[in-house]
Each structure stands twice: as C-alpha cells, then as structure tokens.
Design a protein. Structure first.
Length: 461
C-alpha cells in the first residue's frame, strides 16, 4: 500500500510557494535571458542534512540550505553548471560562500551544490554538465552549510548554459518558524542520572552512568526517522559542549534508544545514510546518553528528530528541574493523502480509494482530479457549468479556478497559474501544488508518489 521510502524533504514553505510569492520567492515573468525565463528562485528552509560538501548522498552532520528554482527552458536548453553565491540586500556579492555543481580544476573553490528534479538527484558529486531541459523545469537545490547559511544573507544563482550565463535575482535566507513534518513531540523529559544502558559507541552496560530521558512522539503518517540527536544547550537553546547522536555523520557519542524491551540503536551504523527506522502512531522512547561529564543538574538539553519530511526540535529541558519537562496533550488533527502518478489507487488517512482518473504530468506540473482532492482535504467543491468555474471552500479559505484559464483566485487574491485547470475524460484536473497549498496543505514528492498533508507541527517553546 504505497510504503516506499520518501526521499524528498519539504518542497516549500507555505509562505513561499508557487502561488503566493511573498517573503523571499521571486516571480520574474519579465526576467527572460537568452530565451530562458526565471519564474521563481527562493530559499526554502534549513531543516535537513542530506549532503556533504562533496557528495549528494553522504550527510555530514550539518543541515543543508534548501532552495528552489523554477524556470521555463523554452524549446530546449543545455545546462552546463549552476553556482550558488552570497550577496547583500542590493545584490552585491559578499563572498560568504560559494556552492557549485562543477569545479573546473583542482584549484577551483566551492563546495557541492546538489540538484534534485522530481525526487531524483541529477549530480551525485561535481559533474561537468547537468543535461538538456525544456519547458517548465523545477529544481530543488541543496547546499551543505559552511557558515554561509544564516539570517541576513542573500543568495543568487549563476546558471551556465549553452546559450550563455544567466543570473537570477537574489533571495533572502529563510528558516521555518515551524516544521511541517507530520511528527509531533508529545513529551521530552529528563528521568535520572543513575542508569547504565549504553556506552560511547555501542548499546550496553559499560560501568558508567547515563543521562536518561523520555521522548514521546506521534507520527501522523508512516515516517522514516533519519536521525535523533541530543544536544547540550543553554536555556535559550544555544549549543553547549555535549552531543549524542544515532547514526548520522559528525562528532558525538552514541545516543542509545530503546522502545520498551527493544533496542533501537545497538550501535553506530556503518552506513551514515541508514535510517533509525520507520514509525507510525504514538511511540514512547527511552534515550540514554553516556555521561562524559556534561550531563548534570542545571544543564539544558534539546532533542532533534530528523525525518524525510523535516526536522522537529524540542524546547530546552533543564536536567534536575521537574518544572522544565515538556508535555503536550493538545489535539493533533492531522490528515494525509497519498497518490501515485498514472495510477488510480490512492490513500486517504491510510484508507484505500480509487480515483476516477489517474494523476499525470502536464507541462512540468502534476495534475490531479480536483473533486477527489478537495473533498479528501475537507473542502466543499462547487461547479458552475455556465462559467466553467470550480470553487473550493474550506473554512474561511476559498479557491476559484476557471477551466483552461491561468487566472485563479485564492482568498480573493489573483494568482497566475503556469498550467490551468483542464477537463479530461469528463473530470476536472488541476495542479496539485496549487490546490493543496491553496487549502493550506503541504505537498511532498518521491519518484511518482505524492503525499499531501496538513500536519503542521507547532514550534515547541
């Protein structure tokens, strides 16, 4: 039932999407260079650790800058390389960092810029040419942080093509105030400093005591956990000496995790890409951190849960202070829909459904049947045959589209679509990202599979 592993992180922020381009996204209908139109360039978030400075498939313990480029390549264009550079608010280069898809020679500076299209990585490492593209092209870009990914910095791309070099407008750094991963931290608390369950690299008694914590998570969707990290911090969450982790790259001792009698982390895994495991529903975990002298009463700690959808971080908990322990019992209210390109099988909150028409790709956009999606998202769907107008209403949000017109309205505001709504086999289809995000849902892609969810996790403070 569509249980494939999701390999793509959050594709965009709800405040920076292809419909509403405020804040950091750039809609550049007039920015056409050499027959190529840059339609959007935006810094999305810094939530995941997917790559290193030289490899697109080897995490290095640092979260990556995550950006998106949307362009119209026209009849066809060969992209030779893409460089990401830093700038000030006026677009002047500041040389705070450079990331590239290709380094021409040994002395060429810059770290890897990984390019992903439809969930597939184009360049696993530095690659001389990215390939030929035509029509609407959407890339996700990942750049391992080398201290150049931080507030106040702006970014732009230099795209070297067979027709010349294209420069995008600048986009500001952005970091989500909330994670949209369908995972909620329900409890994070300290327990004791008397247990002996783990060593520094393997789970098991070693004659020294551990810091013992409890972590309760709720997974709205079957979710792959990539890593769990425990960090010592100050009371505001700023890092202090002391870090314990599961199986990702970087410094630190083993974070021992047990779920009841089951040991989740018997030791560091040789493959840093291997996940901790897949989980669903509610789960309670015991965390054990071998004490290296930095676990003590009065010290603060946070836990980070990195998933394929994003990273969820707790508030700081003060060891030895019962009042600082975090517990959340408020309602969740998650919804999730799973679709597959060119297939009519679908899941709504894991219940199987059959679509009248399968999703398919048109001009670089994934088209889905609007009535099924709208109703599955809890929206009322109305059809005016005389005006050929489709209206979706969910709460105080209204989305309006006219068949075969690129003008649409979200909450009364005009929005231009790259691909208009169409009718096929008697059913109306619309771009999935537009309708889903118009109703405040998130969209994730993975090799033909599509997840739509409203699992907005509140920031833990």
């Amino acid at each position: 039932m569509m249980r494939n592993k999701w390999k793509l992180a959050i594709t965009c922020s709800l405040l920076m999407n292809s419909m509403s381009l405020g804040g950091g996204a750039f809609a550049a209908d007039s920015a056409s260079q050499g027959g190529v139109q840059i339609k959007e360039f935006v810094y999305l978030d810094k939530e995941l650790d997917r790559i290193s400075q030289v490899s697109a498939s080897t995490p290095d313990g640092m979260r990556d800058g995550h950006l998106r480029l949307l362009m119209d390549a026209g009849e066809g264009l060969e992209i030779q390389s893409i460089s990401l550079r830093t700038a000030d608010s006026k677009g002047n280069e500041t040389s705070q960092g450079i990331w590239k898809t290709w380094k021409a020679e040994a002395g060429d500076i810059g770290t890897l810029l990984a390019v992903v299209q439809d969930g597939k990585t184009i360049n696993e490492t530095f690659q001389e040419k990215l390939g030929k593209f035509q029509g609407i092209v959407e890339f996700e870009l990942y750049a391992s942080d080398n201290n150049g990914m931080k507030p106040g910095v702006y970014y732009y791309l230099e795209i070297m093509t067979s027709s010349g070099t294209i420069r995008t407008p600048i986009a500001p750094y952005a970091e989500n105030e909330t994670s949209y991963a369908p995972v909620a931290i329900r409890e994070f608390s300290w327990l004791d400093l008397t247990s002996d369950r783990t060593g520094i690299a393997e789970f098991g008694e070693d004659g020294s005591t551990d810091g013992h914590f409890r972590l309760k998570l709720h997974f709205a969707q079957k979710t792959e956990v990539l890593a769990v990290i425990l960090r010592a911090t100050d009371e505001k969450g700023n890092e202090a000496p002391g870090i314990w982790r599961t199986n990702r790259a970087g410094v630190g001792w083993l974070l021992g995790i047990a779920q009841g009698d089951k040991v989740i982390t018997p030791g560091f895994k040789k493959d840093v890409k291997e996940p901790v495991g897949s989980f669903q529903g509610s789960g309670v975990f015991d965390l054990y951190a071998n004490n290296n002298g930095s676990i003590k009463n009065g010290q603060h700690y946070v836990v980070e849960v990195e998933t394929t959808y994003g990273t969820v971080i707790s508030k700081p908990v003060k060891f030895g202070d019962p009042a600082s322990n975090y517990v959340d019992t408020s309602p969740l209210g998650f919804r999730s829909i799973v679709l597959t390109l060119d297939k009519t099988a679908a899941l709504v909150d894991e219940e199987p459904h059959t679509l009248d028409v399968a999703p398919f790709t048109l001009e670089g956009r994934t088209m889905v049947p609007i009535r099924f999606i709208g109703e599955a998202l809890g929206a009322k769907v109305d059809w005016d045959s005389a005006k050929r107008l489709v209206t979706l209403t969910k709460g105080d949000t209204k989305v309006e589209l006219v068949i075969e017109q690129k003008e649409a309205y979200v909450g009364g505001e005009l929005v231009m679509l790259d691909t208009p709504a169409i009718i096929r086999d008697g059913f109306t289809l619309v771009p999935v990202r537009f309708v889903s995000e118009g109703l405040k849902m998130k969209v994730f892609y993975n090799d033909g599979e599509i997840l739509i969810t409203d699992a907005k996790v509140r920031e833990v403070k």
